[in-house]
Ligand binder design. Structure first.
Ligand SMILES: *Cc1c(COP(=O)(O)O)cnc(C)c1O
Length: 400
């Protein structure tokens, strides 16, 4: 049988591994040797699940979207990660990792952030645990994502602007790794998606797998069967998708359809469609598909959604796509925006633009009336109001 889980060397097929500077070797090795023991420890699980329940607000509801279901001729459920504290799925992971950091005796937390969502989720749990927090963020992103920068600061994090390279996520990641190299003994690096050196992709997938654990239970209750016909999610680095599919990977009757960001079009030169355009390379300590120029320079990705414009893709997702376990469709800016307005008007839910990419898949497939479709609504749209408003204004202008 095809294996979808990580192997003992940290690989998913040909993707993954841990390509890190020598100085971090002991740290990553220590994490690798302990993360499963800690994650499976009963006291850890108790603490983690108590916080998920009382602080994050889990389980997140599985909502049968009636009007959307009528429109697409099937039974569409939304997994409401948008209702979590801080507005997205990212907090599931940061809660788990900070508990793990504390277990490992670490006293200082670092993170990198692009759009600022992971930075806010990290600053939040650092405030909760009373731990110092340093967040690296590209200067370009700081200018683009001001509300999140203000939130991180209010939460007590130190936000360090990164002015190398394009001053975006990849550069912030390099700085965070550099910091970790200088403080390997006291510092824990919280990575925000299923990316980075082994064991991070597997660890983050396990922490987010609470999503699919809940989906199984909730579907059993509502539909009398634990498995849906389709699971749909968006992929940036791949953590909300990994969490959504984790407990269904070995059930071939469950079809997995994922949305990556096509930006202005896969062939426009302005996209983040890594699965379609990427070639094998190393980013962030992991061997995976990567958007790169002919001479191996990482290409700056583009998407209207700040959370999806990562030039790589988690190694799990590269492997699932390669083996055909998942189908990955590229959804353009315009398709995602149309899907966001459709959800808003038909269900009264304003989604994050990332999540709207997942909703964009509905128009690309045909469903039968009895089919059960679960879509991960990874986050809420509050953070995106300016983008939505600008988009509507631009449309109004071009129509007048
Ligand atoms: C960060 C983010 C994503 C993308 O990250 P993944 O690791 O691919 O899940 C998707 N949706 C929202 C709301 C986000 O904040």
């Amino acid at each position: 049988m095809q294996r979808y889980n990580v192997d003992e060397n940290g690989f998913y097929g040909e993707y993954g591994g841990a390509y890190i500077p020598e100085i971090l070797h002991a740290n990553v090795e220590n994490l690798k040797n302990n993360y499963r023991k800690i994650l499976e420890d009963s006291q850890f699980r108790q603490e983690y699940h108590a916080l998920l329940r009382d602080y994050v607000g889990r389980p997140s509801p599985l909502y049968l979207a009636q009007r959307l279901s009528v429109r697409y001729g099937c039974r569409i459920y939304l997994k409401r990660e948008d209702l979590n504290h801080t507005g997205a799925h990212k907090i599931n992971n940061t809660i788990g990792q900070i508990l793990l950091a504390r277990r490992m005796g670490k006293t200082r937390i670092i993170a990198e952030t692009g759009a600022g969502q992971h930075g806010v989720a990290t600053a939040t749990v650092c405030a909760l645990m009373g731990m110092p927090c340093v967040v690296y963020m590209g200067a370009t992103d700081i200018a683009r994502q001001h509300p999140n920068v203000e939130k991180m600061k209010m939460l007590g994090a130190e936000v360090i602007p990164v002015t190398s390279g394009n001053q975006t996520l990849k550069d912030a990641t390099n700085e965070a790794i550099r910091d970790w190299c200088s403080h390997p003994s006291d510092t824990y690096y919280i990575i925000g998606s299923t990316v980075g050196p082994h064991p991070y992709p597997d660890m983050v997938a396990r922490l987010q797998s609470v999503i699919s654990e809940e989906i199984r239970r909730q579907l059993q209750e509502k539909e009398g069967r634990a498995t849906p016909d389709y699971l749909i999610a968006c992929v940036g680095g791949g953590s909300n998708a990994a969490g959504t599919i984790y407990h269904f990977l070995n059930e071939p009757s469950v079809r997995i359809v994922l949305a990556e960001a096509a930006g202005k079009g896969v062939d426009s030169g302005q996209s983040a469609a890594t699965i379609q355009l990427g070639r094998l390379g190393i980013i962030h300590g992991s061997k995976t598909l990567l958007m790169q120029s002919d001479d191996g320079q990482i290409e700056e990705p583009y998407s209207i959604s700040a959370g999806l414009d990562y030039p790589g893709i988690g190694p799990l997702h590269a492997h699932l796509a390669k083996t055909g376990r998942s189908e990955v469709l590229a959804i353009t800016d315009d398709e995602a925006m149309a899907a966001a307005f459709e959800l808003t008007k038909s269900e009264g839910i304003i989604p994050a633009i990332e999540s709207a990419h997942a909703l964009g898949i509905l128009k690309k497939k045909t469903f039968r009336p009895e089919e059960v479709v679960v879509i991960c609504l990874s986050g809420r749209g509050d953070k995106d109001m300016e983008t939505y408003t600008n988009f509507l204004n631009a449309e109004a202008q071009s129509n007048s």
